[in-house]
Design a protein around this ligand. Structure first.
Ligand code: ADP
Length: 484
């Protein structure tokens, strides 16, 4: 079914301490292709016990891994990066089959995912410390950066490869081993990455992948005192639970949580560019990214024309199985995702919203959904408050800059935001006014390995990628030298 050039990339066992293993109990979970409803295969249903062994193996590998010169760790990450690139076709195919995204997008994700291994390998060599003028003639202050220790990661299904590499790349570069629990919907991308890591020469124990019960694995990861840091990407709801669980052992945490991104179109915007940005930001991955535009605020004077142009562009999107050429919209991940977008549309319509594109399940069945635009959206709608995580663009109307910044900030989230304007004064004022970790200005695509990705408010803590991303996996040590 997978039909890969390198069948060894399709693994149905977990990778722990350099070995491919089944669950102790022999239990498995089956994994489904969301485009067809067919079973792709099974994965081990592991729990706390296997996770504990992976954590202990990570701990055992730590001394050797951290002692390696940064350049050696960088070379291994480089090799892994190159293997990802060389196996792009297979990795993308695995991803499309388990996740649903169009093959072109899956290839894009492999390029994006691998870039974190390349980037952090390079950054490993730049984990600089500091020397600080001392308080007395006989004293010197030296600051070094050290790896924090054994890390654990829990990752989501929407970016099955990239959400792993941007954690694992940083951890390994910093000198930390890491145990990953991928989402149960998309484990095969993670296991294929493990197969390539093994081939690249990542030593046993340094990177393990455990699949199975989220509660049992997450419970062990957060409860085990060996784990010094937990990194999570997923919902705010689950992030809150994991932070609470991590509090008992005071773990450092990185949390990339939910968003409710505003996308603002001012009346001086280049509307065609704004439509293009809207498509990229809203409909990529069928609306299932945490930086997807969730609320469109369009200024009064351009509201109707923007709506018209957006609908024309949305009607050109092609829904279907991601393996088919030309498809731009894959299925939603599962039935719950369909229920959520349906709920948001019904609620919007009940409060005066008008559906001007799509609006219902797609004729293809499964979890396919029509790319949808709703106009006349108002703040009392559910979609103003909650992330839809699906292909629904609600269009709100606004008049002044102050008003729209207030509306945009009226949410507990603060991950990504976007706006389109050509006026330099307005650009600075609005960019500074938005309470978000990331602001896309005249662009709907903001994520890359060079830039710090992360949120404020209940969208999380920590940053991934960029020179800041390494710090999340390091601790600062201060050496106070006296008697000089
Ligand atoms: P999403 O909405 O992206 O599915 P979730 O937060 O539900 O986000 O899931 C993200 C990841 O967190 C997945 O790997 C999932 O299995 C895991 N997860 C869900 N619930 C828990 C939990 N109670 N403890 C640990 N991990 C969990």
């Amino acid at each position: 079914m997978m039909n890969l050039n390198n069948p060894a990339l399709f693994r149905q066992q977990c990778y722990i301490d350099g070995q491919w293993l089944d669950a102790d109990s022999g239990a498995t979970v089956s994994v489904t292709n969301p485009a067809t409803g067919e079973t792709i295969g099974t994965i081990p249903k592991m729990g706390a016990e296997e996770t504990r062994r992976a954590i202990e193996a990570a701990n055992a590998s730590w001394a050797g891994w951290r002692k390696k010169p940064a350049k050696e760790r960088a070379n291994i990450l480089r090799k892994w990066f190159e293997l990802m690139q060389a196996n792009t076709e297979d990795l993308a195919r695995i991803m499309t089959i388990e996740q649903g995204k169009p093959l072109a997008e899956a290839k894009g994700e492999i390029a994006y995912a691998s870039s974190y291994l390349e980037w952090f390998g390079e950054e490993a060599k730049r984990a600089y410390g500091d020397t600080i003028p001392g308080p007395a003639a006989d004293r010197r202050i030296v600051v070094t950066k050290e790896p924090i220790g054994v890390c654990a990661a829990i990752t989501p299904w929407n970016f099955p490869a990239a959400m792993i590499t941007r954690k694992v790349g940083a951890a390994l570069a910093a000198g930390c081993p890491i145990v990953v629990k991928p989402a149960t919907q998309t484990p095969y991308s993670a296991l294929a990455l493990a197969a390539l890591a093994e081939q690249a020469g990542v030593p046993r124990g340094v990177f393990s992948v455990v699949t199975g019960s989220a509660a049992a694995i997450g419970g062990e990861m957060t409860g085990n005192p060996i784990v010094r840091k937990l990194t999570f990407t997923g919902s705010t709801e689950v992030g809150r639970v994991l932070m609470e669980q991590s509090a008992a052992t005071i773990k450092k945490v990185s949390m990339e949580l939910g968003g409710n991104a505003p996308f603002i179109v001012f009346d001086d915007a280049d509307l065609d560019a704004a439509v293009e940005g809207a498509l990229a930001s809203k409909y990529r991955n069928t609306g299932q990214t945490c930086v997807c535009a969730n609320r469109f605020y369009v200024q009064d004077g351009v509201y109707d024309i923007f709506a018209e142009k957006l609908v024309a562009a949305v009607n050109k999107l092609k829904v279907g199985n991601g393996l088919e050429a030309g498809v731009t919209q894959g299925p939603l991940i599962d039935a719950n995702a369909v229920a959520k977008i349906e709920e948001h549309i019904a609620d919007a319509v009940s409060k005066g919203g008008k559906v001007i594109a799509g609006g219902k399940r797609h004729a293809l069945g499964q979890t396919f959904f029509e790319p949808t635009v709703v106009r006349d959206a108002v703040p009392s709608m559910l979609v103003a408050k909650e992330e839809t995580f699906g292909p629904l663009a609600p269009l709100f109307r606004f008049k002044s800059d102050e008003e729209v910044v207030g509306l945009a900030n009226d949410t507990e989230y603060g991950l990504a935001s976007y706006f389109y304007s050509r006026d330099i004064g307005r650009i600075w004022r609005v960019a500074e006014g938005l309470e978000y970790g990331m602001v896309g200005i005249n662009t709907g695509l903001i994520s890359n390995e060079m830039a710090p990705f992360g949120g404020v408010k209940q969208s999380g803590v920590g940053r991934e990628g960029s020179k800041y991303g390494l710090d999340d996996y390091m601790v600062t040590k201060y050496l106070c030298m006296g008697g000089i």
